[in-house]
Design a protein around this ligand. Structure first.
Ligand code: AP5
Ligand code: MG
Ligand code: ZN
Length: 213
């Protein structure tokens, strides 16, 4: 099963993608997490990506497509995957479709998690992320067991560099301009499914499970 998660920054793509991946035993692939891992490891790719991410801009398609296609070519992707944060532009979607078509394959579901911009801005200020394993929390809605500490790996949680309010607003503008057109793109291919993202994480997950079957 090949699934794409769509939705604004902070809509809950990462939160739901992790739950879907665990439920179906398929890898969760987040281009944002891959860029953050490269930044943490001080790679050249990370350095280039960071200059865009910190400004709330998209990393250029060429760079993004390259790391994504490498990743989905690995063995663990044979039974499918859940993509979180990719594609984010029409050209990215086209490259992915072409790569899949060549193998006689296709995306099965594009799930759009809908949340209004005002709710997003509120959510992001409360998000805390684990710099080691990528787990995300929310100080009110999804708190870790021990304040400021990752449940999974016990690392100290941080506020992401791009979660400052000004940067969140910029990311939302970029989302509306460059990523929202993908909703029509996948609707035209009859694989778009919308879920309300402004309910609890468990309720969103139940709605997604009802779609995936
Ligand atoms: P990326 O890491 O993908 O960030 P994003 O899309 O901006 O999304 P977020 O990770 O911020 O939000 P999310 O939807 O995953 O929400 P989450 O589950 O964490 O990308 C970062 C940057 O990398 C981009 O800006 C760009 O520069 C670059 N990049 C990445 N991919 C790219 C690409 N393909 N092309 C070009 N550039 C790319 O949830 C948010 C918060 O809300 C959390 O605190 C969570 O606990 C909480 N929450 C979740 N669900 C609920 C709920 N139902 N109720 C209440 N709280 C909830
Ligand atoms: Mg995410
Ligand atoms: Zn962790």
């Amino acid at each position: 099963m090949k699934i794409i998660m769509l939705g604004a920054p902070g809509a809950g793509k990462g939160t739901q993608a992790k739950m879907i991946a665990a439920q179906y035993g398929i890898p969760h692939i987040s281009t944002g997490d891959m860029f953050r891992a490269n930044i943490k490891n001080g790679t050249k790719l990370g350095e280039e990506a960071k200059s865009y991410m910190d400004q709330g801009l998209l990393v250029p398609d060429e760079l993004t497509v390259r790391i994504l296609l490498d990743r989905v070519a690995r063995d663990d992707c044979q039974n499918g995957y859940v993509l979180d944060g990719f594609p984010r532009t029409i050209p990215q979607a086209e490259v992915l479709d072409q790569a899949l078509t060549k193998q006689g394959d296709a995306i099965d579901f594009a799930i759009d998690i809908e949340v209004q911009d005002e709710a997003i801005v509120k959510r992001m200020s409360g998000r805390r992320a684990c710099p080691s394993c990528g787990a995300t929390y929310h100080i009110e809605h999804v708190p870790p067991k021990e304040e400021g500490v990752c449940d999974v790996c016990k690392s100290k949680l941080v506020l992401r560099d791009d979660d400052k309010p000004e940067t969140v607003e910029k990311r939302l503008r970029v989302y509306h301009e460059q990523t929202q057109p993908l909703i029509d793109y996948y609707a035209a291919r009859n694989i778009l499914q919308k879920v309300d993202g402004d309910v609890s994480t468990q309720e969103v997950f139940q709605a997604i499970l009802a779609i995936l079957g």
